[in-house]
Design a protein around this ligand. Structure first.
Ligand code: TRP
Length: 469
């Protein structure tokens, strides 16, 4: 007979850790969670939205959003995950049952599950682009401009358009990313996730520092890029930009979809949730800023515009690379860095789904990962085709890819964040929170709780309403 998860005792996560199911140490957890946070959001999206919304002032608003809204919710997610000790859906059920609240709070877990499924299906397709570009750089296609007899700019946009128009190539990249993700997650928390991030996270940080160094040495635009990113010009700031900054803080910190809860459920009871959260948010933010400092000097040195949108990495940057010495090697290293950053995120998105299937259907990890991964891979084909075969098929004026992006990033992510803030700030008892955070009842704890109760819900509520309208 199986025992309903709700009736299992609290604290199982800490008992699980020693027998090899949880993270082997707090630093392993921080590395994995930082790997989750650092992804396409930092390297691809942050620089292009910072470019679009005018630089410095946007960056400043983003930093405020990370500290005041993202960080408190990140702490709440990790604390809820650890206290629940099981997959997010089970965790909400158990935590609520313990304190006599409605079991319907499990809905937050269900939303997270659906959200992560949808998110990974299209995230993996974009991550696949980085593999295609890594291949273009290694094989020389990226700079084979003479053969085309057109300008570098035209060549680069042809190359990008050509990639999007070719379903086979997109499927190849998407499949490779999903296969690698399944292979890692299938091996479990220690044998898979932890081993992967121990190699990849330091590796990608070293690559990034090298790329920033290159941008500083190979161009004379480093100061200009720093000014662009750090000197706020508030006249360029719009209300819309503020909402974009807040939404991106969620996406970049991986909060709002219970992914961090799943990672937290494997965390040892002794670890400091606040300390780990600050480290995770710190690494994530530093990486986003360094990515800007690696990209913009090169872009500026070639007189190109920072506000070129999603094509910044795949069109604008390669144009710049094609004109600098050693550009081919640097481009290859850059896309390798991008692929690694994406992979340490995709594994964190597959983990909560796997954890749920494992616990709900008592399946082996390999089986649970395979099932979830295959489903997501198939769903991803919808996004692949929306760039070519089914381009014209639209819902509310959006194709399949844009629709999934809208539903996850603009609806489910803020809605999940809002509900998590309400749950941790207002539903769960203060005693449960203090005992879980083990940081006492001092002013740090009080500030955190005030942010969670009074600052996060209204501000996240506003973006949600704005996005829906
Ligand atoms: N944070 C990742 C990035 O910046 C994306 C990501 C990973 C994510 N896991 C998540 C986003 C969970 C939301 C929820 O690319």
């Amino acid at each position: 007979m199986s025992i309903p998860a709700e009736s299992l005792p609290i604290g199982v996560a800490s008992e699980r850790a020693p027998n090899g199911r949880g993270w082997s140490s707090t630093s392993a957890f921080v590395l994995a969670a930082a790997g989750s946070a650092v992804g396409l959001g930092n390297v691809w999206k942050f620089p292009y939205i910072a470019g679009e919304y005018g630089g410095g002032a946007f960056v400043l608003v983003y930093l405020v959003c990370v500290v005041v809204i993202g960080l408190p919710i990140l702490m709440a997610e990790i604390a809820l995950g650890r206290r629940g000790g099981h997959s997010p859906i089970h965790a909400f059920g158990r935590l609520s049952a313990q304190e006599g609240h409605s079991k319907h709070w499990r809905m937050i877990g269900w939303m997270g599950l659906v959200g992560t499924l949808l998110l990974l299906s299209f995230y993996s397709v974009v991550a696949g682009w980085s593999l295609s570009y890594l291949w273009y750089a290694l094989s020389g296609q990226l700079f084979a401009i003479a053969a085309d007899a057109v300008s570098p700019a035209e060549h680069m946009s042809n190359l990008f358009d050509g990639l999007l128009a070719d379903p086979i190539e997109l499927i190849l990249g998407h499949s490779l990313i999903m296969a690698l993700t399944i292979a890692v997650v299938g091996k479990g928390v220690r044998g898979g996730l932890e081993r992967a991030v121990r190699g990849m996270v330091p590796g990608l940080l070293i690559l990034l520092v090298g790329l920033v160094g290159y941008a500083a040495v190979a161009t004379d635009q480093f100061a200009a890029a720093a000014t662009f990113l750090f000197q706020p010009d508030f006249s360029a700031l719009t209300g819309h930009a503020v909402l974009v900054a807040l939404g991106h803080a969620f996406f970049s910190l991986s909060v709002g979809m219970t992914a961090m809860m799943a990672y937290g459920s494997y965390l040892d009871q002794k670890a400091s949730v606040a300390g780990a959260s600050v480290a995770i948010a710190g690494v994530d933010t530093v990486v986003a800023l360094l990515a800007g400092l690696a990209i913009f000097p090169i872009v500026f040195a070639h007189g190109l515009a920072p506000g070129s949108g999603p094509g910044l990495l795949f069109v604008t940057l390669p144009i710049a690379f094609s004109e600098v010495s050693g550009g081919a090697i640097v481009a290859a290293l850059f896309f390798l860095f991008l692929a690694m950053a994406a992979l340490t995120s995709t594994i964190s998105v597959l983990e909560p789904i796997t954890e749920y299937l494992e616990q709900r259907f008592h399946r082996s990890r390999a089986m649970a990962t395979g099932m979830a991964g295959t489903m997501i891979w198939a769903l991803g084909l919808g996004s692949v085709f929306s760039f070519n075969l089914t381009k014209e098929v639209q819902w509310f004026g959006l194709n399949f890819f844009d629709l999934l992006d809208f539903v996850t990033s603009h609806v489910l992510l803020p809605l999940g964040g809002l509900l998590i803030a309400l749950y941790a700030g207002r539903i769960l008892s203060k005693e449960a929170l203090t005992s879980e955070l083990n940081m006492g009842d001092g002013y740090l704890f009080k500030t955190w709780r005030i942010l969670l109760r009074y600052v996060c819900p209204p501000s996240v509520g506003i973006i949600l309403i704005y996005n829906l309208l």
